[in-house]
Design a protein around this ligand. Structure first.
Ligand code: SF4
Length: 303
C-alpha cells in the first residue's frame, strides 16, 4: 500500500494526496516525530529494566475525545508538533536507540507512515539493528495494512478500546472501531503468533492488547474482553488492563450523560468488575496499579 497518494492505509480510507496536504489524521508526506526517548512505562515485557526505545509520531487516524496525547495527536496539532524526519533519519534514530541500550524499538502511532517505516526498519537492520520492533497502535487498523507488516513488526502493542458502535461513534466520530479492531487483531495474531518472552524478560514476538477501562462503561469493557477471547482466544495474547483514564484530557461532546460520566475517574468497583471478568476468561497479562491514574504519566513532547 502506498500512503502518499490516495491514502487508504487506515479504515478511514480518506484518499488524501499527502504529497499535497494532510489526510484526516493530520499527516502529510513525511512523519513528524514529537519525541524520541528511553521509555520505562510501557508494559514490563516491552520496556524491560532499561526501557523501550520509543519514537512518538504526531497525528492519529482515530482522534479520541479523551486522548492523553492530544497535543501531538489531534489533527490541528499534528503538523506543528515535533520535527520532520526522513527514512534515513529514522533508520539512524533506531540504531542510536539500540546503542543507548533500549530493549525494544517502540513505534508509537505509526500507521500513517507504514510504508516508510517498513523501509526504515529494513535499512536499520541492514546495518545490524536487531531489537524487537513493536507496532504500538490505537487498534484502528485495516487488516490489509497489518498484513503488510509481516517481516517488519515482531510485536503488536494494540488497543482494543470499545466494542459498541454507538460508544465508538460518540467518543471517536467513527462507529466501526470495534469491527476493525477485531479484524486487525486476527491479522496481528496470525503474523506475530503466540506471546514469546526471552530469558531477558522481553517479548520477542506476539501481541499485547491494551484495554483502558472508562468511567461508566464497564459493560462495554466486559463485552470487549469477551470479543477478544471469542475472536483470537484468551491464550493467544497478553492483556494489559488499564485504569489510568484521566478526565483532565476529556473534550466535552455536549452529550450531558456521557460528559458527566467521563468527567470522573474510574472507580475501584468498575475496574475490579472488569478485572474479574478478564480472570474468568483466562487472560494472562498486566493489571495497572490504581494510583497510576494521574496526568503526570503523560510525557512532555518536543524533547
Ligand atoms: S492514514 Fe491518514 S491519510 Fe491515510 S487514510 Fe488514514 S486518515 Fe487518511
Amino acid at each position: 500500500m502506498e500512503e502518499n497518494k490516495n491514502c487508504a492505509l487506515c479504515p478511514r480510507r480518506c484518499g488524501a494526496d499527502r504529497t499535497k496536504g494532510e489526510g484526516v489524521c493530520g499527516c502529510g508526506a513525511l512523519p513528524r516525530v514529537a519525541r524520541v526517548m528511553i521509555h520505562k512505562w510501557e508494559e514490563p515485557v516491552i520496556s524491560g529494566e532499561f526501557g523501550s526505545g520509543a519514537v512518538f509520531f504526531t497525528g492519529c487516524p482515530l482522534g479520541c475525545v479523551f486522548c492523553q496525547n492530544g497535543d501531538i495527536s489531534r489533527r490541528e496539532n499534528a503538523g506543528k508538533a515535533g520535527r520532520t524526519m526522513t527514512e534515513d533519519d529514522l533508520a539512524d534514530t533506531f540504531s542510536a536507540l539500540a546503542e543507548k541500550g533500549a530493549q525494544t524499538l517502540d513505534l508509537v502511532s505509526p500507521t500513517p507512515f507504514t510504508d516508510l517505516l517498513i523501509r526504515a526498519v529494513r535499512k536499520a537492520r541492514g546495518r545490524g539493528f536487531s531489537l524487537p520492533v513493536v507496532w504500538n497502535t490505537g487498534g484502528y487498523e485495516r487488516p490489509e495494512t497489518v498484513a503488510s507488516l509481516r517481516g517488519t513488526a515482531d510485536v503488536f502493542l494494540t488497543d482494543f478500546k470499545f466494542l459498541s458502535p454507538d460508544l465508538s461513534r460518540r467518543l471517536t466520530g467513527v462507529s466501526d472501531y470495534g469491527e476493525f479492531a477485531a479484524a486487525s487483531l486476527c491479522e496481528m495474531v496470525k503474523i506475530a503468533g503466540a506471546p514469546a518472552i526471552g530469558e531477558d524478560g522481553i517479548m520477542k514476538s506476539g501481541v499485547v492488547v491494551r484495554h483502558l477501562v472508562l468511567p461508566g462503561q464497564k459493560e462495554d469493557s466486559i463485552a470487549t474482553l469477551n470479543k477478544i477471547a471469542d475472536t483470537v482466544g484468551a491464550d493467544s495474547v497478553l492483556l494489559s488492563l488499564m485504569s489510568q483514564y484521566t478526565p483532565e484530557f476529556y473534550r466535552k461532546t455536549g452529550e450531558e450523560r456521557l460528559d458527566r460520566a467521563m468527567s470522573r475517574r474510574v472507580t475501584t468497583y468498575e475496574y475490579e468488575t472488569v478485572r474479574e471478568e478478564a480472570l474468568r476468561l483466562g487472560f494472562d497479562g498486566f493489571m495497572q496499579e490504581r494510583d497510576s491514574a494521574t496526568a503526570a504519566f503523560t510525557p512532555e513532547w518536543d524533547k
